[in-house]
Design a protein around this ligand. Structure first.
Ligand SMILES: *Cc1c(COP(=O)(O)O)cnc(C)c1O
Length: 344
């Protein structure tokens, strides 16, 4: 890995961050707060939230086994995806490399930040070839984006190929693990202490059933996390989100239960799809959705919309011709989908 100072943009490296009232004072003993121009009425909404979300991170330390200083919390993964562009990539000069097909936000954030995003097609079965990815990099490549389990394909990328990328690339490698709680594969979190160029993204939006609160996580070296914290908006995670996250994280075993139910439903739904005349192929999945190639994706998509059932039409994505992405719902919802498709 190149020295961090060489990877980070000059203006960010030398940035003196905004120091909020809550940064300057965060002790417990005080009881009169006249430092932040807050309104003393309308408690508890009158106070600014903790800018570093210490309570949430304390619980995450336990649930994820990652020290608080190695955790960044953002307004969804969206923020954790956008920040590395602003931290590492000089607009109009630097580039990033990502797999394809994959999650659309890496490309969108690249476009917003005026960074070239080089897409390297996955191989047969949506598998990763580390050498091909590395060959697309040049001296201006700052970030490689990986997503495992991948969206919209559903499969996990091979762990050894991922680690080959992490170990061979001299810039930053970001692995998006939004669906890791549904996967057989283990998270790469344990690789963090020995791989300072690795950033792992996770989210409360999927297995934790909390997409509404907008809470995404990045795990990385404490040096990288410190830069994330320097660049983010001071109060990027609001108080209501922090409170709800704390409630969820106090009871992590509830999540295991719903994940188990969803995995059972997933295998039942996929089994039933195999019997459908419209279904040509089902791709292996490690997530709470699966990708299926059908006879006519757009026609079937529109047919389902007319019946009030929405799936994701991915047929215009490269390597996904005539493919629909099906999220696993409740048993009732899944049955409604199946009976509609049987009547197509
Ligand atoms: C759903 C999803 C996320 C979650 O994004 P949030 O902003 O945290 O809701 C992140 N990455 C991938 C690949 C996803 O599919």
């Amino acid at each position: 890995m190149k020295p961090l100072e060489q990877l980070v943009r000059k203006n960010i490296w030398s940035l003196a961050p905004y120091s909020s009232a809550r940064d300057e004072y965060s002790g417990k003993e005080a009881h009169v707060f006249l430092d932040a121009n807050e309104n003393p009425y309308n408690a508890p909404y009158n106070r600014y939230p903790d800018p570093l979300q210490r309570e949430v991170k304390k619980l995450l330390e336990r649930v994820k086994g990652v020290p608080a200083e190695n955790i960044f919390l953002g307004n969804g993964s969206d923020e954790a995806i956008d920040l590395p562009y602003r931290i590492f990539c000089e607009p109009g000069r630097d580039n990033v490399v990502s797999i394809a097909p994959t999650y659309g936000m890496y490309q969108v954030c690249a476009d917003i930040n005026d960074i070239e995003c080089r897409q390297v097609l996955l191989h047969e079965g949506f598998t990763l070839n580390a050498d091909k990815l590395l060959a697309a990099c040049d001296a201006h490549t700052k970030i490689i984006w990986l997503c495992s389990p991948n969206n919209p394909t559903g499969n996990s990328l091979d762990r050894d190929e991922i680690m080959k990328v992490v170990e061979s690339f001299d810039g930053i490698v970001i692995v998006d693990e939004a669906y890791i709680d549904f996967a057989h594969q283990m998270s790469l979190r344990q690789e963090l202490p020995t791989h300072p160029n690795l950033i792992i993204l996770q989210t409360m939006s999927k297995a934790w059933g909390s997409a509404a609160i907008r809470l995404g996580m990045a795990f990385a070296s404490k040096e990288i996390i410190a830069i994330y914290n320097k660049v983010k908006y001071p109060y990027n995670v609001n108080q209501l989100t922090q409170q709800q996250a704390i409630e969820m994280l106090k009871d992590p075993f509830e999540v295991d239960k719903t994940v188990k139910v969803l995995l059972q439903e997933r295998s039942r739904l996929m089994q039933a799809f195999l019997e459908l005349p419209i279904c040509e192929k089902i791709y292996p999945t490690d997530a709470n959705f699966f990708l299926t190639r059908v006879t006519d994706a757009t026609k079937i998509y529109n047919y389902l919309v007319d019946r009030g059932i929405i799936v994701r039409n991915r047929s215009r994505i490269q390597l996904c011709q005539n493919c629909l992405r099906i999220t696993i719902g409740t048993r009732t919802e899944n049955n409604e989908l199946l009976s509609a498709l049987r009547q197509f």
